[in-house]
Design a protein around this ligand. Sequence first.
Ligand code: NAD
Ligand code: ZN
Length: 240
Amino acid sequence: MPADDISRARSLLQAAGRVLVFTGAGVSAESGVPTFRGAGGLWKQFRPEELATPQAFARDPRLVWEWYAWRRGLVAACAPNAAHEAIARACGRAGVLVTQNVDDLHERAGTPDVIKLHGSLFVDRCSRCAWSGPAAPVDATSEATLPRCACGALLRPGVVWFGEGLPEDQFERAGHAAEACDVCLVVGTSGAVHPAAGLVHTARAAGADIVVVDPGETAFDAIAAVKLEGGAAAMLPRLF
Ligand code: NAD
Ligand code: ZN
């Protein structure tokens, strides 16, 4: 990693009045939360695209709940890393955080306000009515033991599945932040999931400089003013 790139990124961030931090699964990878696309992203023989869909839940709600119960347990046993902590400090000053992650590691690191585009692992909601609430323990041994709403329908995880719309209030706030930022710092996201990834292009079109931290290739590399190829936990504390 050329030291030059780090100091360029640091001066862009220091000069910026408003910073938008946009994170994906990679920011939590070093906490032990697997990304979907990297090694460890598979559960049993399934790919996330086969489980994180409304169709999968309609077909086999027990299987989908078993996977989410496993993910809840996995995330609960993880702790925020140095990247979550650096982001929390930066957002306490002049930043806004938008995440695609459904884990709660940004919240646990103390980020004052987390805009969550894809919902939360730790929320339950009704598959039929508008009810939602904090996640309760799930017994996924059979369909009969799955949690149900007072209205009688199955509860489901409070996350956004492939093919579903984003929560409008969160997406609208994220869009305003993208239009208003001077620097958009993108951490640990491949940029493959839309419309979330479009926010970075919105920021760029509005004149922001894009800084990318990711050890792999991303959809934003071509529009980045600086690309830092490295792990988030090592890089972020060096930026702020
Ligand atoms: P993705 O799996 O498409 O991309 C992850 C990115 O992280 C890759 O570009 C990879 O190179 C990078 N990465 C891997 N290790 C890293 C590290 N140590 N530091 C920095 N970057 C690292 O993930 P995505 O773009 O977030 O999209 C996947 C979707 O899956 C999201 O919508 C999200 O809701 C969901 N998801 C969430 C979690 C979570 O909440 N932690 C985990 C997996 C998937
Ligand atoms: Zn209901």
